[in-house]
Design a protein around this ligand. Structure first.
Ligand SMILES: Cc1cc2nc3c(=O)[nH]c(=O)nc-3n(C[C@H](O)[C@H](O)[C@H](O)COP(=O)(O)O)c2cc1C
Length: 399
């Protein structure tokens, strides 16, 4: 399974006002079990204290080239060879220029030249600096050489202006780092559409019927697909988790909206995975004004929603793959096998409902993977990230 644990990441911190966010980033990396070597440029040292990062990473922060002659473990060549990823966050206009030109005039820029680990830059700077043709040309050169970028985001900048140049949000940097660490791009060139999360079916303008789906399975699938080089689209209901960085996401509420969104774009994709817990029923006639509290009973009349995965399976081209999910309280395998056959799916993931590993809303699942003509594969207490990896491994085996 792809994991951050036991990976070694070099976190290079440059002289941007966003340097203080490096502490949060280092802390989040450590939480995931990453060994973090942290280097501060001379400018960064004016803005953030090495001691804070040392306390977080548990390793001495690198601030200079030459004192390290007596500590070869943290010399530029040793670190360059040891790390699995060089993450420069925040990356200044200056470090991008130096990396693009191969300038090696301090520890960080020298290490970026000495390493063959993947490079990931998270730029942060004033909008004019970012949009300057020199910076844009440097970014193009680095992209052409295979470096990855995350952000910058847009918004209010420390210099008081509004625009592109904010350091990407920490969760987005973590997603991008996770993808950059994954070197096996076996889904490169593939386009994958994933539905995710619950639906909200309105009762009146303020109330809805929903379900407990968190969207964690859809997110795990999207992140796995991105890491393996796919282009990923997501159509997501109101989930608890956001789509990973780099996904083209469309937000919807109701099953009808999800149906229309999926059917209108499914042609662009090679694989369609229906991981959303689509609402089977909607309110036949939602009220247009808020229903007043009273003493009388209210009857809500429900009507079935359209079946998204069945419509996708009907409309698909022969070479497109369709993966469905099923969740049942009883006769799980029988019902999932029936759905697989009836809807002519390429794969179905059958989740148990009830018990500790009820997949709906949880981080783990007890699940079966069913593929036509094969014995069901049982996964017990599987983390959703592991389940996602196995689903993509099995998809590869179908081709
Ligand atoms: C308070 C302050 C904030 C700065 N913020 C940024 C920034 O966000 N992005 C940037 O590219 N440069 C920024 N600079 C300018 C860089 O610090 C300067 O270009 C420096 O040479 C970068 O060195 P380094 O890339 O080695 O860290 C800032 C300077 C100061 C004084």
């Amino acid at each position: 399974m792809l994991s951050f644990a036991e990976k070694n990441v070099l976190l290079g911190v440059c002289g941007s006002i966003a340097a203080y966010k490096a502490c949060e980033l280092a802390s989040r990396l450590r939480e995931q079990g990453v060994r973090v070597d942290c280097a501060l440029t001379a400018s960064a040292r004016h803005l953030v204290q090495p001691a804070a990062l040392e306390a977080i990473t548990g390793t001495p922060v690198i601030t200079d080239m030459f004192p390290l002659i007596t500590n070869p473990e943290q010399g530029h060549i040793a670190v360059a060879q040891r790390v699995h990823l060089c993450l420069v966050a925040p990356a200044t206009a200056n470090i991008l220029a130096k990396a693009a030109c191969g300038i090696a005039d301090d520890w960080l820029s020298t290490t970026l030249l000495a390493t063959r680990a993947p490079l990931l830059f998270a730029p942060a700077m004033n909008t004019n600096m970012y949009t300057h043709p020199a910076t844009q040309a440097n970014i193009s050169v680095l992209l052409e050489r295979g470096a990855a970028f995350v952000g910058p985001a847009s918004g209010r900048l420390a210099c008081g202006t509004e625009g592109a140049g904010r350091l990407a949000d920490i969760p987005d940097i973590l997603d991008a780092a996770f993808c950059a660490l994954h070197q096996d791009k076996d889904f490169s060139g593939k386009r994958i559409l994933i539905t995710s999360g619950p639906n909200h079916e309105p009762i009146d303008p303020v109330r809805f019927i929903g379900n407990r789906s968190s969207g964690k399975m859809g997110r795990a699938l999207a992140l796995e697909a991105l890491c393996r080089g796919a282009e990923v689209g997501m159509i997501t209901g109101p989930a608890q988790v956001s789509p990973p960085y780099g996904v083209k996401a469309i937000q919807v509420n109701t099953a009808d909206e999800m149906y229309d969104a999926v059917l209108s774009c499914m042609n662009e994709y090679d694989v369609i995975i229906g991981a959303a817990a689509v609402a089977d029923y909607k309110i036949e006639r939602p009220e247009t004004s808020k229903i007043k509290r009273g003493t009388d009973h209210i009857l809500l009349r429900l009507t079935p929603n359209r079946d998204i995965i069945a419509a996708v399976a009907d409309a698909k081209r022969p070479e497109q793959r369709v993966v469905g999910f099923a969740a049942e309280s009883e006769d799980l395998l029988l019902k999932a096998a029936h759905k697989l056959r009836q809807k002519r799916l390429d794969m179905i993931i059958a989740n148990t409902i009830g018990g500790e590993d009820c997949a709906i809303g949880a981080d783990h699942a007890d699940a079966y993977i069913l593929v036509p003509g094969q014995e069901p594969e049982k996964l017990e207490h599987a983390e959703k990230s592991r389940l996602a990896k196995i689903i993509f491994d099995r998809l590869l085996a179908l081709d």
